[in-house]
Design a protein around this ligand. Structure first.
Ligand SMILES: NC(=O)c1ccc[n+]([C@@H]2O[C@H](COP(=O)([O-])OP(=O)(O)OC[C@H]3O[C@@H](n4cnc5c(N)ncnc54)[C@H](OP(=O)(O)O)[C@@H]3O)[C@@H](O)[C@H]2O)c1
Length: 308
């Protein structure tokens, strides 16, 4: 198949280009002009900023792919400018998706696969939630509420039956592995080493992790499958912060995380991280296993988190 990957220089996009080519697909990489020197080896490179509608239409029309994959975010800016990173990522999820969907339709593409997140659900109901759980669009933190609304909008556009595309949304768990924030050299690992990531209260928030290789594998499966819909792409081992955070500290030979009162967490860690560590619910991957035909090659974060 001919697949266009937008976000081809990213944590998932870069290895995805190689994985698709290894499966015999022809891959066009869509990248920004400024990132051309960081493009992985692809069959073709087309250039556009996803926020520039005309440029996206021209680039996709030059490539004429059968399948379009959206792996774009601005989360690389998180370390230096968290509000800016979230705001730009929200625009990539809303405007960027709209431009890509329009371009995909214009060239008669058949399928559209987009990255989303598995940790946007409202913290209510079962400790581990399926894809039907309501999203946290009314989160008390305005920043997180707008992130989740952008996620909901991306998912609406990609699964809109009127688009004429087979749409697949892959809600990735918290990524770990090479080049992620949870890599040994990543920002979260740095915080753990520096003792800046304490355990609030009982650390009852539940995280569903995903190794970056499994994110790539799920995207390949989604490109090749013929089903559409929204899927949690997470490992089999949702875990409380009280489990994974001390484990990560041990793997990094860092001091054991100290415990702080839960009420102090938002001020110490920011609203989102405090929510993740105290009250977030996990994400179940049953639908991806049964309907998409994907399962994680790395079923538990316990076998890899903090090791690379
Ligand atoms: N589920 C998760 O936990 C999750 C998901 C995604 C990212 N992350 C984290 O975010 C951190 C940052 O990773 P990353 O920066 O490589 O992000 P990334 O989300 O993996 O990749 C971003 C991709 O989007 C592209 N992009 C950004 N703005 C664009 C625009 N306006 N037009 C076209 N393409 C655009 C980037 O291209 P350029 O090279 O031109 O910038 C890059 O290819 C990592 O630590 C990762 O763990 C986590």
């Amino acid at each position: 198949m001919h697949v266009l990957v937008a976000g081809a220089t990213g944590v998932v996009g870069r290895p995805l280009v190689g994985a698709l080519r290894a499966r015999g697909h022809r891959v066009s990489a869509l990248v920004r002009q400024r990132s051309r020197d960081r493009v992985p080896e692809a069959d073709e490179v087309v250039v556009a900023d996803a926020l520039d509608r005309e440029a996206v239409l021209a680039a996709v029309s030059a490539a004429r792919p059968e399948v379009v994959v959206h792996q774009m975010s601005a989360l690389r800016l998180l370390r230096d400018d968290p509000p800016g990173a979230f705001a730009l990522t929200a625009r990539l999820r809303t405007e960027g998706t709209a431009h890509l969907v329009e371009a995909a339709r214009a060239v008669g593409a058949r399928r559209f696969v987009a990255q989303s997140i598995a940790f946007a659900a409202a913290p209510a109901g079962d400790p581990v939630l399926d894809e039907d759980a309501p999203l946290y669009v009314d989160a008390p933190d305005p920043g997180w509420a707008s992130t989740v609304r952008a996620v909901a909008e991306l998912e609406r556009q990609v699964t809109d039956p009127g688009s004429g595309l087979e749409g697949v949304v892959l809600r990735y768990g918290t990524l770990y592995g090479p080049r992620t924030a949870y890599a040994r050299t990543g920002a979260t690992a740095e915080s753990v080493r520096a003792g800046r990531l304490p355990l609030p209260g009982t650390g009852a928030g539940i995280m569903s992790f995903l190794h970056v290789e499994d994110a790539v594998g799920a995207a390949v499966t989604a490109v090749e499958a013929d089903v559409s819909g929204v899927f949690h792409v997470t490992d089999d081992d949702p875990a409380q912060a009280a489990q994974w955070l001390p484990h990560l500290a041990r793997m990094l030979a860092a001091p054991s995380p100290r415990t702080v009162p839960a009420a102090l967490a938002p001020r110490l860690l920011g609203w989102f991280m405090a929510h993740q560590l105290t009250s977030a619910h996990g994400a179940a991957n049953d639908r991806a296993r049964t309907a998409l035909g994907w399962k994680p090659a790395r079923p538990s974060w316990r076998d890899g988190l903090g090791q690379e």
